[in-house]
Design a protein around this ligand. Sequence first.
Ligand SMILES: C[S@@+](CC[C@H](N)C(=O)[O-])C[C@H]1O[C@@H](n2cnc3c(N)ncnc32)[C@H](O)[C@@H]1O
Length: 234
Amino acid sequence: MIPLKTRKKTNQKMAIDEERSEVFIRAHSRGFPAYLEELEKEAKEQDVPVIRKGTQELLRFLLCMKNPVRILEIGTAVGFSSLLMAEYTKENCSITTVENYAPRIEEAKKNFEKYDKNKKIKLLEGDAGEILSKLEGKYDFIFLDGPKGQYEAYLDDILRIMDYKALLVTDNIFKEGDVLESRYALERRDRTIHSRMREFLLRLRDEESLESVILSNGDGATLSVKKWIKNEES
Ligand SMILES: C[S@@+](CC[C@H](N)C(=O)[O-])C[C@H]1O[C@@H](n2cnc3c(N)ncnc32)[C@H](O)[C@@H]1O
């Protein structure tokens, strides 16, 4: 950390320390219901991935702004983010969430049984790619938080089911910072996911029916809004 005085003199930029920003966000957050805080804590203790505080805040904000009625989530894990979305949407909202890892599916089912008061959440078990290819109807909010190497492969189906003005939110696009590095700076085994994530980001940029923005908070996220759907240019 560069001391403030030195930074001012040298005009050096401060690298944001993620742990510090997480603590800062927590300190300035309205907080979340106790059951969500508890679920998050349990998940972390068991090394189950859950969205970070910054993404939790972002989702809550976007849901309030957008007021979606049909949400799709790829990557349920134990159901933390699905429950968060259920908490901050109106009663007429349905949430479809997809997970393929059996032990997490069992946990998610228990959590939904216990906390999904208005029975908004429907869990689809299986491979997200296969399920996505069969989904019908339109969604107005899609949260992509599944296998990072598949985002690009999922995009055609996602575009197909995005309604006019639908919002696509993707999480962890920096992949713990790897995606920001040159691929040659990475271990060979991390290079495929690096290339695929970059391809995904380029496709978001070039996709004419979307307007997208990269957010650099947490592990990086993207927001994309569907500007038009086929034969309904606006
Ligand atoms: C980052 S976690 C999701 C965290 C969750 N959204 C939350 O914040 O509570 C990603 C999940 O995607 C699941 N996943 C990975 N590959 C998948 C696939 N091909 N189909 C469905 N789910 C998959 C993993 O098992 C993991 O639970």
